[in-house]
Design a protein around this ligand. Structure first.
Ligand SMILES: [Cu+2]
Length: 113
């Protein structure tokens, strides 16, 4: 369990180093193990970003594109509804554009026990 948490932390650092604008925090947090599927997921970015694509992969199912709804303008905080698939691991991949036009991307995961 401790090793898993360390791995999640390492991958979070790798993601931030790779991305142009880092994601400050997500809800749930990257690597979190929670009891119930959240109704929505959240992003908190360090700088303004315009989300262009968010994809959820549940376990070994096909990736599903999440509906961005009206949240397609520049901002730092976003929440998106999540479809509950049951217990297991959820991986969220996001893509966006910074104000300077640079493409950014990242991902985080959490598990429902
Ligand atoms: Cu840039």
């Amino acid at each position: 369990m401790k090793r898993l948490a360390t791995l999640a932390l390492l991958s979070a650092f790798a993601t931030s180093a790779f991305a142009h604008s880092r994601v400050d925090s997500t809800t749930p947090e990257n690597g979190a193990v929670i009891a119930e599927v959240p109704v929505e997921i959240g992003f908190n970015f360090a700088d303004d970003i315009r989300l262009t694509r968010v994809v959820m992969t549940y376990e070994d199912h096909s990736a599903v594109r999440l509906d961005l709804g009206a949240q397609t303008s520049f901002g730092q905080v976003f929440t998106l509804p999540l479809k509950a698939m049951g217990s297991g691991s959820y991986n969220i991949e996001w893509r966006g554009l910074g104000k300077d036009g640079h493409a950014m991307q990242g991902d985080f995961m959490f598990s429902v026990d």
